[in-house]
Design a protein around this ligand. Sequence first.
Ligand code: GLA
Length: 375
Amino acid sequence: MTDPSPAQQLLASPPPDSDVLVRAPGRANLIGEYTDVNEGWVLPVALELATVVAGRAGGGLLRLRSLDLPDEGTVEIDLATGRGPSSGWGRYATAVVEVLRDQGRALRGIDGVLASDVPLGAGLSSSAALEVAVALAVLDEPVDPLALAQLCQRAENEGVGVQSGLMDQLASTGSQAGAALLLDCRELTTEHVPLPPGLGVLVVDSAVSRDLSSSAYNERRQQCEQAAADLGVGSLRDATLDALEDRWSSMDEVVRRRARHVLTENARVLDMARALRSGDAAPLGALLAASHESLARDFEVSTPELDQLVEAALATPGVVGSRMTGAGFGGCTVSLVEVDRAQEVREEVLRRYAQASGRAPRGWVSTAADGASVV
Ligand code: GLA
């Protein structure tokens, strides 16, 4: 047994004077990468790893101290003016307050602490978990999971400058324990698709850290928009593989591969949801493998380390399937594993990858967890 993390401790025993306690999870995307920004489908799960805020409500300030990053001091945001830090983790909180103010939401001051066991910069949506936790703490009115996710996505887009989609924030606000969240990013409809009881989620960090804003994320988005324009549709959601084949030779060599990834990935998400719904684990491994391959070759967001990590997982008994998860350029893989031997599988994957890469990976076994809540 490992010791409880600061976030788990904070959740179990918040400071005695706190009257607000919120928890917002990170996520692992099972399948459907870069499809949210093309009005397609995604299938993430919320993780047991989460960000926790505990504090006392009242006054006109959001004052938070991070138990994980004590050197960064106390973040203070004036709810009346929206003024707050523009760097460090505090900039996410400032961005959230900014958007909530802009929408005229009722806000309350908070004086408290924050802790997170979502690893930073590992592609498990630590920033979405932080945004959602801060929003739930300062909001003085109920907001439904979709609206809350959209507010936090806007904070990420405007405040942090990454043109990311809705997946991370909605996985954090809208998930249900035991199920993956099938999200249709055009219709904004969701379905909770239960995971087979025998399967657990293993997330392993390749120990190559990533920074979304400095990465080629926005460039990938533009290439997808270019592809949609070339195919004469408003978004790749409306394109077909037949149409892509017809236009193939007239399209830019990179742009057409980006499109092929998105179109085939959308089909894989729907296939995976269908397999999970019918309790059929047989196609899962091949779908995860095809997704990884497509992200590596057509979308070019994998890294040699992520490839090695997937290989290490696939060589380990008890692993049903594995692929990179999230935006790529480093970060984590997600694997579906036999739940009875999940810890043993975790250790073996870590051992194999450490040996192959010379890096020091970390890994977490998780169930599909509940979305964010005020505890
Ligand atoms: C990041 C973004 C998401 C999504 C993924 C890639 O996590 O925040 O919106 O686009 O990358 O699937």
